[in-house]
Design a binder for this molecule. Sequence first.
Ligand code: SF4
Length: 421
Amino acid sequence: MLRFVEVAVSEPRGVYHLKVAEYNLHKKHIKKALRKELFPDNFTVSRYKFSPYMACSHGCAYCDGRAEKYYVEGDFERDIVVRDNIDQLLLKELSNIRERGPVCISSGVTDAYQPVEEQLGITAKCLDVLSWFDLPVNLLTKSALIERDLPVLEKIARRSGVSVFISLVHLDDKVRALFEPEAATVGQRLDLIGKLKKAGCTVGVLAMPFLPYIGDSEEHLKTLFGEVMTRGADFIMPGWLTLRPGRQKDFYLTRLNESFPGLVGPYKELYSNNLQSGNPLKNYRDEMAERMDRITADMAVPTMVPHRVYRNTLHKSDELFLLLVQMSELYSRKGIDVSSLRKSIDRCCEFLTGVKKKLGKDIAFNTETMNQSVPDLCRSGKINSILENDKLSAFITEIFLEEKIFDSTDLKLKKAPAGLR
Ligand code: SF4
């Protein structure tokens, strides 16, 4: 039952009005908001990241954030850390960015739109700050509260691009309620896809983690993928459940026992390897990888952020780096030997790191410098002295000089649409 109560917070003390009695909010003044990555990651495709909160009251039974390696103290669902000065820091730090790139709001141990955000509005304040800068924004959530911020997301999407990653692994809302009790319903999340698309956002569906024996069947995957693609999703990132030994695994098995006691034994067997990564036995991983790859290939669904999305959100050096990483992963999934490609990535990474470091000392260094460097390398043919691979260099040159887009669903180059040249 929802009711308003007052909850005292840790030092410095304050009082928040919340709907749910059980939260303990820990107000924390931080000194730095943004984490900067040297290159974009192949998950969210971001260069900068921040989170207004730590821990999460969505209470997903499988949440990896409970694992000891993340050092989240207290009760993960109730002891919520609130970084309430983050919007002011963000304003200062964004003003000093020299290398432009996408900013991601979220982390693996929180959701920026978890229930406390409705009262505190810290994510909303951060989005307001971000709207003053022409930087692409990426967001991960499984809350319908993001709808509140559609006007500002629409504004940012128009100017610099917004990608929203919505997490969804169930189509049966009764199952969703057991494993993600405080997150948005299945219907709300499906509706969100259309609403965000209408606001001009790119929408990806994080179809992970598929729960073994509950939501990992061939039929369920096909139905789920079909449903989200019909709603207009741009890509789907599927994945299986990882259970890290310790708090995360213990919590999940306890919850599982409450709803599906007959599955506890099979789960213990499936995760009997107790790997630090939390991965299940190899034969299950192989089976799931084959199933996910086959179904997404049959449906021509991209399983990573498409090149057409990041062409205009990353500068050219970062675009080159990410293209090589994505190619390596896609070819590897198809069983193609990528050892030569990996060597090219290492050389490219070393080269670009050197350029960034050298230019970073130059006061005139800016994003445009990085935008120019790759086409120049292609024009002069120097790209091949970095990649040391004729075929790959020709492929990359075609992308950067002939306005082509890499299509991850068939691994071919396509003519870029007018807005992406
Ligand atoms: S929404 Fe994400 S961070 Fe929050 S409990 Fe669920 S999995 Fe964890």
